[in-house]
Design a protein around this ligand. Structure first.
Ligand SMILES: [Zn+2]
Length: 340
């Protein structure tokens, strides 16, 4: 098959590799009808997160099951399935508590890379959720979004305790931030403030349920959130970037007793202890346990209650994946969909 491989900063190649095979009896092989590029792929792409030699890329996937190992019991050939970026057994104590992304048997969800034609999925029974049938073509991008960006934005909103009567602010207007807006709306938030300075992203945020837009960022952004909330700050703030500035913007936008849900992968962030101590802000986040939410998210998409696939604003043939990275790196695209 052909697969996307990152060789070093800004060096994305689409090259021939052996077809994945069943390695463990709990594996499944799936054919990928579409793939995509994640905002978190940009960290190694930009050289900020170093890689250890040529690395197959892509960790978001949906697909049709082509083969299963001898110990797979629940997942069947021909099913359409959605998984997440970590494989999990869905049975250990940590999974049962809803933290699948810290499963005691955790491993990469698509170790052969999902910006490809096929993928091997470990722990298939625990990792994969089958849809009720084969989805119509136009629904597939939304199901793919559930694999990571929707599941991650959803966890951000849940971790921030978004809900009825709450004012929710979202730091970050990438796909995860925009889908955190959608999640906050679904969770019943009263006001949703999207922090964005890009016209097309502001429009999508409003479509997903944002009631207000704040264009300031950093210190000024936090001040603006306070002004909009009687000087108190938001009840719930989702952090969906992962930088020092965005994390402090999130903490400083939150009222005493409020919650920050942080889902941007943190890079070199230091939280000043004394300020945090006196803030009375709850922090909860980390790699999203997407698997916890998948059954509910698949159901919402299947019944056309939400359309998270709108975050894909660029579609390219899979072999042009390098351009997909460039477009996201230069912020010309929110998220790139790739078709084999
Ligand atoms: Zn587990």
């Amino acid at each position: 098959m052909q697969v996307t491989v990152l060789y070093g900063p800004r060096d994305v190649r689409f090259e021939e590799r052996p077809d994945p095979t069943i390695v463990e009896p709990t594996d499944a092989l799936i054919r990928l009808p579409v793939s995509c590029v994640c905002g978190s792929d940009l960290w190694p792409y930009r050289g900020i997160a170093p890689i250890d030699g040529p690395t197959p890329m892509g960790h978001e996937y949906v697909g049709i099951v082509e083969e299963v190992g001898s110990e797979v019991r629940l997942i069947e050939l021909g099913q359409f399935v959605v998984g997440s970026f970590f494989a999990s057994d869905n049975t250990c104590e940590i999974c049962r508590a809803g933290y699948h992304s810290s499963c005691i048997h955790r491993q990469p969800g698509a170790p052969t890379g999902a910006q490809a034609q096929y993928a091997r999925i470990p722990l298939a029974d625990g990792t994969l959720v089958a849809t009720p049938g084969l989805p119509p073509e136009d629904m597939i991008p939304s199901l793919l979004a559930a694999s990571d960006v929707l599941g991650t934005g959803w966890f951000g909103a849940v971790a921030a305790e978004a809900g009825p009567g709450k004012t929710v602010a979202v730091v970050g207007d990438g796909a995860v931030g925009l889908l955190a807006v959608l999640a906050a709306k679904q969770l019943g938030a009263e006001r949703i403030i999207a922090m964005s300075r890009h016209g097309s992203r502001q429009r999508l945020a409003r479509e997903f349920g944002a009631t207000e837009i704040v264009t300031e960022r950093g210190e000024e952004g936090a001040e603006r959130i306070k002004e909009l909330t009687d000087g108190l700050g938001a009840h719930s703030v989702v952090e969906a970037v992962g930088t020092q500035e965005s994390m402090m913007q999130a903490i400083r936008s939150t009222r005493a007793g409020g919650h920050v849900g942080f889902v941007g992968v943190l890079h070199d962030v230091e939280i000043p202890g004394e300020e945090f101590f006196f803030s009375h802000v709850h922090l909860h986040g980390g790699p999203a346990p997407v698997r916890r939410f998948l059954p509910e998210l698949v159901d919402l998409i299947w019944n056309r209650k939400i359309d998270p696939g709108k975050v894909f604003d660029l579609t390219l043939p899979l072999e042009e994946v390098a351009e997909g990275y460039r477009a996201m790196d230069e912020r010309r695209a929110i998220k790139t969909l790739l078709r084999p």
